[in-house]
Design a protein around this ligand. Structure first.
Ligand code: 13P
Length: 258
């Protein structure tokens, strides 16, 4: 499976000038590493501008950090502050992060994420669906949490659509920490097997094995080798590291040789 690095810029950087600078640096890197897919997910307001920097054939793509669950292709609808899937497509977006724990902590439910997945797929966007437990408790209750998240968010998704989806496993306890507190590759491997098991039960083994799983939670050049080689995942969803082109360069260097 092709490796992928997804950068979730969250509510950064401060202004468009900085966004253009980081994006241009990443664009240069994407030319050096054409075999690795790179997806940058900036705040909504920067998307249309950064779209102009992307060549059609590039391995660098734009992603959004959310989408609204309704898509009024015709007529107007009263959803103040929301952004539709067709607006994102028009802004050059190909991927969309859905169900990030920082949105779930503001009240987003599995049912809403499910509606957003359907809207994104309908618009030809690739959903990056975030799942992850708050705590990796010793009794293993987190398995049940993940199972419910997968079953509910992927409820009634067509089998043929599973290949158009990326699962981002982001344990909440590992986000925003230093690298030594991140998940270890061997533990991640267990989680990746568990996620594929649930996907197999829902969609069959063949489809489950075609679905890319990426890991997010304090990824940096320091731990990326362990995460990919020992965790057996297709790539990473990075927060802070994705805002520093030097770190992205180091991560790409490592990914290109493993
Ligand atoms: P950090 O890489 O900054 O821990 O953020 C992870 C994350 O939440 C990506 O979506």
């Amino acid at each position: 499976m092709k490796k992928i690095i997804i950068g979730n810029w969250k509510m950064n950087p401060e202004n468009l000038i900085l966004a253009r600078k980081i994006f241009s640096e990443i664009k240069k890197l994407s030319k050096k590493f054409p075999k690795i897919d790179i997806v940058v997910c900036p705040p909504f307001v920067y998307l249309s501008d950064l779209k102009n920097k992307i060549d059609k054939v590039s391995s660098l793509k734009l992603g959004a950090q959310d989408v609204f669950w309704d898509n009024p292709e015709t007529g107007s609808r009263p959803f103040t502050g929301e952004i539709s899937a067709s607006m994102l497509r028009d802004a050059g977006v190909k991927y969309v992060i859905l169900g990030h724990s920082e949105r779930r902590s503001m009240g987003e439910t599995n049912e809403e994420v499910n509606k957003k997945i359907k809207i994104a797929l309908g618009a030809g966007l690739t959903p990056i669906i975030c799942i992850g437990e708050k705590e990796h408790d010793i009794d293993g209750k987190f398995f049940e949490t993940l199972k419910i998240q997968i079953k509910d968010t992927l409820n009634k998704i067509k089998k043929s659509d599973l290949q158009k989806i990326i699962i981002a496993y982001e344990p909440i306890w590992a986000i925003g920490k230093n690298e030594s507190e991140s998940m270890k590759g061997e533990d991640l491997y267990q989680m990746a097997i568990f996620i594929r098991k649930i996907l197999s039960e829902m969609f069959g083994q063949v489809e489950a094995f075609k679905t890319p799983i990426v890991y997010g939670g304090s990824v940096s050049p320091f731990n990326v080798k362990d995460i990919i080689s020992e965790g057996h995942v297709s790539g990473i969803l990075a927060g802070r590291s994705s805002l520093e082109s030097q770190k992205i360069a180091e991560i790409l260097d490592i990914l290109s040789i493993i």
